[in-house]
Design a binder for this molecule. Structure first.
Ligand code: CTP
Length: 399
């Protein structure tokens, strides 16, 4: 099956010696029925000519940001909207730095910044440049921004040195892109819900009890599910985060609202409960602001446990139920207890006492506890990558 047929790919060619391989990428993509548009950066044009690109791609090459003719025909926003996927190959250290810092000083970087599509980045540079701390930092930023890094490889370089920094071969780049479209196709009938963020439990009209959850991991999971083709609903407590419109976002505030929204969104194939749900609510919420007094006793009562309810429901239970456990101590015991008590299939546990990965961090390190006593550790990495790996495991399980 040709998963690339009729797909629209915007190829951005930057200025590196590997640019000559972009011509081969175009040739291979065309052979597979892909519709291509190309952006050639100023430096890129020193390595390959617009004429050679047009001859192979049979379409126009877009070169600079303020060309009146190009802008009239297709501006930088519609160029990125037009594409099903954007491929930057070769991506130089300079372009990577611009993407990591949100610069938009030419057509390529402006399109990337304005894009709402998956962007594949195939770096190509000298090994020292690749190893430089600034590049390493830029690359990890790109990962947290959900760019998909493909390569580089280790090998002989055009500059005569040897090491990591060589652009992936065109055929391997094609394989990566095809894998992406194949996943989209395979999973697009599957439905997922994710709960994320904290809940607010009201005391009176101006006060509430909440917790430190930022919602970042849950949002990343929703993004990973959506980009891999799941019809995804994200039920979110109050957070400062934003999400693209392909995800069906339901904003809630209290546990009760989250519970109702969850029930209304079922049935699904998978449910991931990453929210830090308030365990208690105030028994008698005051309708008026409570005035200062010497002593105030609040009576709390237990909230419904959403995960527990869904996991134990005969007809509503999704095929795969994944719970989370944020712990400060006894991680393994607590996680295993939660797995059994809440009857979920997997528990994803992390140690929130570790400042590097705790609340509000862009990074995480988790252990997945399975029903068959297996434990798998996902080492310290951006939350976006943890999500991608988790979703790959979900896909394997469901398929
Ligand atoms: N959870 C839920 N509804 C609740 C409480 C928790 O759906 N009322 C879910 C969370 O989303 C998470 C899992 O249950 O997936 C574990 O949540 P956690 O707060 O770690 O566990 P608790 O059962 O609340 O236990 P404790 O706070 O004592 O650790």
């Amino acid at each position: 099956m040709n998963y690339l047929s009729s797909k629209k790919i915007l190829l951005i060619i930057c200025g590196g010696i590997a640019a000559y391989k972009s011509l081969e990428i175009i040739r291979l993509l065309k052979k597979r029925g892909v519709i291509i548009k190309t952006i050639l950066t100023k430096r890129g044009a020193e390595f390959v000519t617009p004429l050679s690109i047009t001859s192979l791609s049979q379409s126009k090459v877009y070169q600079d940001l303020f060309s009146v003719e190009n802008e009239a025909e297709m501006d930088h926003i519609s160029l990125s909207r037009w594409a099903d996927l954007i491929l930057i190959a070769p991506a130089t250290a300079n372009t990577i730095s611009k993407l990591a810092n949100g610069n938009a000083d030419d057509l390529a970087s402006t399109v990337a910044l304005a894009s709402n599509k998956k962007i594949f980045v195939a770096p190509a540079m000298n090994v020292r440049m690749w190893d430089h701390q600034s590049t390493r930092e830029n690359i990890s930023k790109l990962k947290t921004y959900s760019y998909k890094l493909i390569g580089p490889e280790i090998g002989d370089m055009a500059c005569g040195e040897y090491g990591e920094g060589k652009m992936l071969e065109p055929k391997n780049i094609l394989d990566e892109i095809e894998k992406y479209f194949k996943n989209l196709r395979k999973n697009n009938k599957l439905k997922a819900i994710v709960t994320a963020g904290p809940t607010n439990e009201h005391i009176d009209p101006v006060r509430f009890i909440t917790n430190k959850s930022s919602g970042k991991q849950g949002y990343e999971i929703a993004k990973s599910l959506s980009k891999k083709g799941f019809d995804t609903t994200l039920i979110s407590g109050p957070t400062k985060l934003e999400i693209n419109d392909e995800i069906n976002l339901i904003n809630v505030e209290t546990t009760e609202e989250m519970f109702k929204a969850t029930l209304n969104s079922l049935p699904t194939d998978v449910a991931i409960f990453s929210a830090a749900v308030g365990d208690y609510k105030v028994k008698k919420k005051s309708e008026r602001k409570i005035k200062k007094q010497n002593k105030l006793n609040l009576e709390l009562e237990k909230n419904v446990d959403i995960l527990n309810y869904v996991s134990n429901h005969n007809s509503l239970r999704p095929r795969l139920v994944v719970g989370f456990a944020a712990e400060t101590d006894n991680l393994e015991n607590n996680a295993i207890n939660k797995l059994n008590e809440k009857n979920c299939d997997w528990i994803v546990a992390n140690d929130v006492s570790n400042k590097k990965i705790g609340f509000n961090s862009d990074f995480n390190e988790v252990s997945i506890f399975y029903k068959d006593n297996k434990i798998e550790k996902l080492k310290y990495k951006p939350k976006s990558e943890i999500s991608d790996e988790l979703v790959d495991k979900i896909i394997n399980h469901l398929n």
